[in-house]
Each structure stands twice: as structure tokens, then as C-alpha cells.
Design a protein around this ligand. Structure first.
Ligand SMILES: NC(=O)c1ccc[n+]([C@@H]2O[C@H](COP(=O)([O-])OP(=O)(O)OC[C@H]3O[C@@H](n4cnc5c(N)ncnc54)[C@H](OP(=O)(O)O)[C@@H]3O)[C@@H](O)[C@H]2O)c1
Length: 257
């Protein structure tokens, strides 16, 4: 018997035109959820929707940084599906480079998409989640749990997202809303495809540091997001859950043997 953990549930997944968001949309949709696909590029969303149940899938082209876009997306989601049970704040991006080398514009963009955009969607959706006793899963990063060399803007934004998760969990727990985050390490998606093709030695360095000896596939992150969004995690609230093959379990000291 197939276990439809999300039957009758409605999920908004930001940034679901590719990578982790797309895998999450497929996973939740495959387990019975009605899914709102979001991103700025219609063609990408249509491609993902093509593999999903059309009656249970709604495409919403919206830039989460633009409050009016977010308002329209959420209004449409409620109009189509009548409720919202799950919000996956997944849309995000970041540039690598020295703190003194990256531009102010890159700083603004990083804070915009990872924090201001997440703020816009969360503020708009939370009243619905209070009604449905729903939940939020934020897609932070291992970079939201510690510092990386040359990833300072992103670390700052994801660190904020990790702590927003903890704060919201405190404030909305008694209202029946759980708020958790996942913290993936390197996951093979559009975000890093070009860089890894250009600099394959970076992948080797990741493999060296991750105890499982490899990066993640988006589906391996999606399955943990699905767990946190499901009633299987009914007493899990306020966590930042590493999905990192053991990376953050290491002290960082050199190998002794
Ligand atoms: N890949 C990794 O190694 C890794 C590791 C840890 C955490 N993460 C996090 O995982 C999340 C998903 O990333 P990914 O790796 O799956 O990369 P991805 O394939 O590039 O997916 C990000 C998606 O977000 C959408 N997006 C970007 N800005 C947006 C905006 N302003 N409004 C709406 N949608 C927007 C993009 O589509 P459009 O450009 O069409 O809008 C894209 O489809 C991000 O938050 C990322 O920081 C990734």
C-alpha cells in the first residue's frame, strides 16, 4: 500500500523550478500533496509540472523578493486549493568570493533572496498555517551553521535563516505551527553545476571532507524535507538538521591515521 503522507495537504515550495525545490515538489506531490510551484522562470516550472499530476499542481511565477508578487502567489494558491499546510522556503542563491572583493550589489542580492524573500513569503503564509496547524521547512545550509572561507555573504544570510527558524519555532509552537530547517552540504544542482564543470578539483576537495565521500543528490535533501513536513516529525520543532554526509560531525583536525 502506498503511504500518502500529504493527502489533502497543500504545499508552497519556493524556487521549485530546479534542484532541491523541484525534487521536493516531486516528493511531496508523489505522496499526495497539492503543490504550488514557484520561481521566476515559467519554462522551468512548466517542465517540472509536466511530470506531476496537473489537477494537483499550480504554477506561480513570482519573485519572492517582490512583496506584490508574493501576495499574488499566495492569494492564487488559496483561491485554487483553499488552504496552505506546508511552506518550504527553498529559493536561495549566493556568490563565492572574498569579503572585500564581492560587490555591494552582490551583498544586497544575497540578503534579498535568502532573507528578505523568505521574510515576505513567511509573513504572508503564516496566518494560513496558524489556521491549518501547518509547518515551515526552511532550506538553510551547513553554511548557516558555521563559517566558510570565501562565502561570507551567503554564510551571513543562511546563518540568519537558521536563527529565524529557531525564533519562529519559539513564537509559533503554541499556535500549532512547527518551524524547522535543513542544512545541506554540497548538493548537485544548477547552483553549482557550472562551477564544478569548470573546477572539478573542488568536487574532489568536498569528497575528501565529507565522511560519506560524496555530495548529495537533490532527492536526498527532498526526502528529509518531506520528513520534517510530515506528521512523522510532529514533535520536531526548531531544529537545523544537517544533511551533510557527516561533514559537520568532524572537528576539522587533520587525519590522525
Ligand atoms: N546546491 C547546494 O549545494 C546547496 C547546499 C546547501 C543549501 N542549498 C540551498 O538550497 C536551495 C535550493 O538551491 P539549489 O541548489 O536547488 O539551486 P537551484 O537549482 O539554483 O535552485 C534555486 C531555485 O530558486 C529559484 N529562485 C532564485 N531566486 C528566486 C527568487 N527571487 N524568487 C523565486 N525563485 C527564485 C531559481 O529559479 P529562477 O532563477 O527561475 O527564479 C531556482 O530554480 C537554496 O536556498 C540554496 O541556498 C544548496
Amino acid at each position: 500500500m502506498t503511504n500518502l503522507r500529504f493527502e489533502d495537504k497543500v504545499a508552497i515550495i519556493t524556487g521549485s523550478g530546479s534542484g532541491i525545490g523541484a525534487a521536493t515538489a516531486r516528493r511531496l506531490g508523489g505522496e499526495g500533496a497539492k503543490v504550488v510551484l514557484n520561481g521566476r522562470t515559467r519554462a522551468k516550472l512548466e517542465k517540472i509540472a509536466g511530470g506531476m499530476n496537473p489537477e494537483r499542481t499550480l504554477i506561480q511565477v513570482a519573485d519572492i523578493v517582490v512583496a506584490d508578487d508574493v501576495d499574488r502567489m499566495v492569494t492564487e494558491a488559496i483561491r485554487w486549493f483553499g488552504r496552505i499546510d506546508i511552506l518550504v522556503n527553498n529559493a536561495g542563491a549566493g556568490d563565492t568570493g572574498g569579503f572585500l572583493d564581492l560587490s555591494i550589489e552582490q551583498w544586497r542580492q544575497t540578503i534579498d533572496v535568502n532573507l528578505n524573500g523568505t521574510f515576505n513569503v513567511t509573513r504572508r503564509v503564516l496566518p494560513q498555517l496558524i489556521e491549518t496547524k501547518g509547518c515551515i521547512v526552511n532550506v538553510s545550509s551547513v553554511s548557516g551553521l558555521g563559517g566558510d572561507y570565501g562565502f561570507g555573504f551567503y554564510d551571513t544570510a543562511k546563518g540568519g535563516l537558521s536563527n529565524l527558524t529557531r525564533s519562529l519555532a519559539q513564537e509559533f509552537g503554541r499556535k500549532g505551527v512547527r518551524v524547522n530547517a535543513v542544512n545541506p552540504s554540497v548538493t548537485f544542482t544548477e547552483m553549482n553545476k557550472e562551477a564544478f564543470e569548470r573546477y572539478p578539483e573542488i568536487v574532489v576537495q568536498f569528497e575528501d571532507r565529507i565522511a560519506l565521500g560524496r555530495g548529495a543528490q537533490p532527492e536526498e535533501v527532498a526526502s528529509v524535507i518531506a520528513f520534517l513536513a510530515s506528521s512523522d516529525a510532529s514533535f520536531v520543532n526548531g531544529v537545523n538538521l544537517p544533511i551533510d554526509g557527516g561533514l559537520s560531525a568532524a572537528t576539522g583536525q587533520p587525519r590522525f591515521a
